[in-house]
Ligand binder design. Sequence first.
Ligand SMILES: *Cc1c(COP(=O)(O)O)cnc(C)c1O
Length: 357
Amino acid sequence: MTPTLPGPVPRSLLSQLPAYVAGRRAAGAEVAALASNESHFAPLPAVVDAISQGAARVNRYPDPQGLELRAAIAKHVGAGTDEVAIGPGSSGVLQQLLTALCEPGDEVIHAWRSFEAYPILVRLAGAVAVGVPLAGERHDLAAMAAAVTDRTRLILLCTPNNPTGVALTTAEVDDLLARVPQHVLVAIDEAYVEYDDSGFDGLELLRRHPNVCLVRTFSKAHGLAGLRVGYAVARPEIAEAVRRTMLTFAVTDLAQSAALASLAAVDEMERRVREVRAERERMIARLRELGWETPDSQANFVWLRCSDERREHLMESFDHADVLVRGYAGDGIRITIADRVANDRALAVLAPVGALA
Ligand SMILES: *Cc1c(COP(=O)(O)O)cnc(C)c1O
């Protein structure tokens, strides 16, 4: 990004940041979109209704406080409205959280490999991203606790972890919280919480520790990825800080209305989640039969660790089959669970290769 003409120059950081690699977007009905952990279900009729009705109001600004939605989220999770903040997706909420807490040069600890956006958001906030390697497919919480310095402001946990699908336990995060200083915020990214049936209880941790912040989203199980709504639940002082750092009006009225409609239809969301879980267990059983050592997943995706050579070979086969999945250099492949037909297409790509393993 060296400018050819004299003029304003962006921060040198921008040319050093890895670009966020989004899963490829599906073009055409024949493509199976298994790269971005979206919900494959069409939006609920009630959600579509809410959006259509909102269309007639787009000349107006949305409620910048998101009061009605925050109240509904608070009721849903069993917290106070003052303990809830919203933002444009949970990546937006994470950015707000980082802006609220980090001074330049402060350190943020996160697991790696984990969600792609962490090091990017941390560095954009002027903080230093400290990636702590996974132990196998799990967070290495002991190493994360040991990485705390007097510059550490925040520890980011991701459960279930994207892309490995493995969930943390309440007890091990409790242990971590006992070991880190109380001025260090432990943010728990629960983007896939609805799919998690491991018993992990972030809300219980929040009740017992003042330095916990839960970060959640409507993008995954609620199926609103295109509308951008996420939220944080934390003690009132932290929630307030996360509200203050949101770009005003960043969560549109359409997004707020759709999220409200989705919360009102939570039974239907849960029915869909049960379907995805059943498919997830079917996929994992089949993958193991094929010889893959895939870990138990608590999310809506499965994880295949493999060599770069194998990954490249497989990615080509997926491409030929019009099945979009997500490959990670040096680590492996993540496949989103969708409907049975799409999942079977993914398995069909893996079957002949698996047999050779
Ligand atoms: C998908 C995802 C998010 C954020 O998605 P938004 O659409 O910004 O809400 C956050 N964290 C993890 C781990 C994710 O996988």
